[in-house]
Ligand binder design. Sequence first.
Ligand code: HEM
Length: 507
Amino acid sequence: MDMDDALLPPLAAAAVLLALAAALRLLLVRRGAARARLPPGSTGLPLIGETLRLIAAYKTANPEPFIDERVARHGSGVFTTHVFGERTVFSADPAFNRLLLAAEGRAVDCSYPSSIATLLGARSLLLTRGPAHKRLHSLTLTRLGRPASPPLLAHIDRLVLATMDDWRRDAAAAPPVRLLDEAKKITFNLTVKQLVSIDPGPWTETVRREYVKLIDGFFSIPFPFAYLLPFTTYGQALKARKKVAGALREVIRKRMDETAAESGGAKKGAADQEEKKDMVQELLEAEGGSFSVEEMVDFCLSLLVAGYETTSVLMTLAVKFLTETPAALAQLKEEHDNIRDIKGKSQPLEWSDYKSMPFTQCVINETLRVANLISGVFRRANTDIHFKDYVIPKGCKIFGSFRAVHLNPEHYENARTFDPWRWQSKNKLQNAVGASLFTPFGGGPRLCPGYELARVVVSVFLHHLVTRFSWEEAEEDRLVFFPTTRTLKGYPIYLRRRPAAEDSSAF
Ligand code: HEM
């Protein structure tokens, strides 16, 4: 071996080492750069991250500082934190929220914890993705987006009046009414009617009792193996889900048999067909009748769940905010008394009446803005997402906060104040929706299909409430935001019939 040969192994080894060091450096620089490009933030304590801080904030009367402080600290409307076991990018930026909502099904997908997915059912609209989601979503919009249809409006009118009819008339001796409970009855019965055309009665009451346990499960701790722990709230919810699904399955099977009999010759009259043109009928006829019973059950259940808490809390909070803002209540009363003056006392509301309630729509918009019934949406990145100077890596969890935008004083003057008049200025609503400054119903491919229905229900409810009753709070109640936005006591009120409404034949 000569000298050169002897030097070769150490030189080669040194070269390999140098190359490795360079590669490692490059890797570290790259990782550092990637980390630097992630939106700024802190991931808090190991494992629990900032979860406890988030929950603590939402348990107070003013949860805003959780987001506000981080936005101020990092100088960015998009920041990184670590909540519910995962690194999560939070957005308080309307431009990013718009991107997030529009990118659904492509750069991002909606993301629910598995405990919630189990309660919803695998074929629920909220979990379906891709072309199947597109088809189901448009089917739902077709059905729910027609609240103008005369039978539906007449039914909402009847249902609201029937619920109010149950309120005791002898105000002096009457116990307070928990408004949230009453609103929930209306919402549940209305959705059942739309899904399967069943009027309130023993069947709806039995299903409702189980359904309430199912709903509780969404806001409980899902212990592992909960199905073996039927005494826990989540375990009870799993049991209740089976019962509700069973009741729906029975109705759907019966309807399938009827449809089969009809196609075998026993045709029904046009009026009957129209009466049964409910969600199940829509599903039975859709896509050449290819939906399975289980698909229809999951679908119906997801509609029952999605509109229940939201619409009933919206009704309750609209009344609470109006009570606390007497000038707004007086203006609303005037709007509805005018409608009654023209219609007479017991004529059912029609679409043209609904269209002549501009101030009511301002009240509803403002309640949605201040209350933030859905405070934002969770998504997961399907690909690296570039926004401003940041990269949100594929697989990362993202939360687009609507609440942070709706309550930001940069976007709304006196943002924390209930001020329905702010919506009176021309094009305010269109502009705010267009700029993603007002997204109570989300947007993009998962835009809430119940957005118009919810408005109609609340408008009809407010109409009958203010034209027939006056009320006062039975005890002080306050807003809570965890696990959902609602009032702590369900808003108990003493109701008194308005003298002008005494002789109404609707009661
Ligand atoms: C005040 C009332 C309501 C509010 C604030 C509300 C809000 C929302 C929001 C923000 C979303 C989007 C979720 C996301 O993007 O991940 C949504 C979706 C949905 N909403 Fe509503 N909603 C209300 C009433 C209703 C009603 C009355 C129904 C039906 C009876 C309904 C059915 C649905 C369904 C099925 C979805 C899922 C759509 C999909 O994933 O394609 N909602 N809602």
